[in-house]
Each structure stands twice: as structure tokens, then as C-alpha cells.
Design a binder for this molecule. Structure first.
Ligand SMILES: O=P(O)(O)OC[C@H]1O[C@H](O[C@H]2O[C@H](CO)[C@@H](O)[C@H](O)[C@H]2O)[C@H](O)[C@@H](O)[C@@H]1O
Length: 252
């Protein structure tokens, strides 16, 4: 939990509730990093905070994640109004709406086949599939990180239009051209986000594009661990914010 002066310094940077749109990264921001993608835990207290905050900002609360949208649905159900997945390649503007996908090059199938073969051979290497690409996870075998990176560099060096997204103990191979800054812009263009100021919070290199874009639009970008020590601290902030002030004020 942030102390009172830090909390007030943070909320004093926020636009008033009727002008705020919240957009949050998922892994490492809303939830703690876990040994595998499937094993993250979403505390009930976080769900309660997100529900309350979504009400305070007229529904304008979304998630911008590297994960596929169905993964965010699995963990958060319909709590976020809008969800952008795969680092902005897929965007769903409202619960139940169609998913818009960026028109990007299709990845050579041979790359995924080679990745699967490596994962079958090397215990601890995990391949996470997404529609436009895949992630090579090595959290369970950190010593394999360099070799996996070299393999991924060989792939992307052989075909233009793809790049390696550095992640936490993982390399993601995906089409280039869309990032979380594009995702933030896309979400902010529709109701109930349009006309509000984005407050984006993230923790990783992929989030820096959205932080920069939130600031470029006149909003706020916070980053972990610089602004919140870890997801526990950030969840504490959200819980306190949800309970703070009323109507047109956050309580400052
Ligand atoms: O943009 P995010 O919502 O932060 O998603 C980024 C990636 O997060 C996931 O991987 C990371 O978190 C896992 C669970 O804590 C962890 O096991 C893994 O080592 C991390 O790299 C997710 O699996 C990826 O698809 C996301 O791109």
C-alpha cells in the first residue's frame, strides 16, 4: 500500500473521474508474474477495484495486453470494457463486439514447427501460441534464453516484416507495425473512452509505447517499478482509489 503523501501525489496527476479513461497492462501490472502464463492469479480484491473504478469513469476502463484477447477474457471476464490483445494487433472496443485485427504479414509455419520441436526436446521451454505469432518462454530454464534468441533472430532475419518483442523471460516473435501505442489510440477513439484523457499503467518495454501515447494525448503514463513498486502496490493503489472521493473528485 502506498503511503498517504505518495497516494495523494499520484492521484493529483489524474484527470477528474468524468474525464478519465483507465487503460491497464495485465501481466506484471494488474497481476503478479507467475511461473507460467496459465498460473497467474487474479485476486478478488482486484476484480472489486476494477468494477468500482469502471463505474466511476463511466465504463471507460480497458486492458491493453500482449496476451490474446481470449486469455484476458478468461482471467477478467467482462470487467474491462475494451480489450486490446497481442500488443495491439487485436482490438475489441466493447464487451461482445467483434474483434478488429490489423492486416499484417502471416508468419511462416516452419518457425512454429521448429519452436514446437525445441520445446519437445528441451524441458522447461514453453511455446505460447497467438493468432499472429508465438512466444518462446524460458522462465523455467533461463540458461536457454540466449540460444532461443539466436534461433528467433535467424527467423526474423530471413523474412522482412517480423520482429522479436523482448518480454519477461520470453521472446515473442510477431509481425511488426503495430504496438501498444496504436492500441491505445484505437481504444481512445470510441465511446465511452473518446473525449476523455487516458491513464495508462504498465511495466514492460512493450508498455512504453502506450505510456508515451497516453502522455502525447494529454493523459498520464505510470510505470512499474518506477511509480509503483510491484503489482501488489499497484493493486493497493487501485483499491484505495476506488474507495476515495466521490462524484467529480478522486478525493484530492
Ligand atoms: O502485456 P502484458 O499483459 O504484460 O503481457 C505480456 C506477456 O505476459 C505473459 O508472459 C509473462 O507473464 C507470465 C505470467 O506471469 C510469465 O510466466 C512469463 O514469464 C512472462 O513473460 C504472457 O504469457 C505473454 O503472452 C504476454 O505477451
Amino acid at each position: 500500500m502506498t503511503d498517504t503523501s505518495e497516494f495523494h501525489a499520484q492521484i493529483s496527476q489524474l484527470p477528474p473521474p468524468d474525464r478519465t479513461a483507465f487503460l491497464f497492462d495485465f501481466d506484471g501490472t494488474l497481476v503478479d508474474i507467475a511461473p507460467t502464463p496459465d498460473s497467474v492469479v487474479v485476486p478478488d480484491t482486484l476484480k472489486a477495484s476494477l468494477r468500482a473504478l469502471r463505474g466511476r469513469v463511466g465504463g471507460a476502463l480497458g486492458v491493453i495486453s500482449g496476451r490474446a484477447i481470449d486469455q484476458i477474457d478468461h482471467f477478467l471476464d467482462d470487467l474491462p470494457y475494451a480489450v486490446a490483445g497481442e500488443h495491439g494487433i487485436a482490438v475489441r472496443h466493447a464487451p461482445g463486439a467483434a474483434i478488429e485485427r490489423a492486416d499484417l504479414p502471416v508468419m511462416p509455419a516452419a518457425w512454429l514447427e521448429e519452436a514446437d520441436a525445441v520445446a519437445a526436446r528441451v524441458p522447461g521451454v514453453l511455446v505460447e501460441r497467438k493468432r499472429a505469432g508465438f512466444v518462446l518462454h524460458f522462465r523455467a530454464v533461463p540458461a536457454k534464453g540466449d540460444a532461443l534468441r539466436a534461433m528467433a533472430e535467424r527467423w526474423v532475419g530471413s523474412a522482412p516484416g517480423f520482429h522479436i518483442q523482448a518480454a519477461k523471460m520470453a521472446w515473442e516473435i510477431r509481425p511488426a507495425g503495430v504496438d501498444k501505442g496504436h492500441a491505445l489510440n484505437a481504444v481512445m477513439a470510441s465511446a465511452p473512452f473518446a473525449g476523455r484523457l487516458p491513464v495508462f499503467v504498465g511495466d514492460d518495454v512493450t508498455d512504453d509505447d502506450a505510456i508515451a501515447q497516453a502522455r502525447a494525448l494529454g493523459g498520464v503514463g505510470f510505470r512499474l517499478p518506477e511509480d509503483f513498486a510491484d503489482p501488489t502496490a499497484f493493486r493497493g493503489f487501485l483499491a484505495r482509489l476506488a474507495a476515495s472521493g466521490e462524484g467529480a473528485s478522486w478525493g484530492v
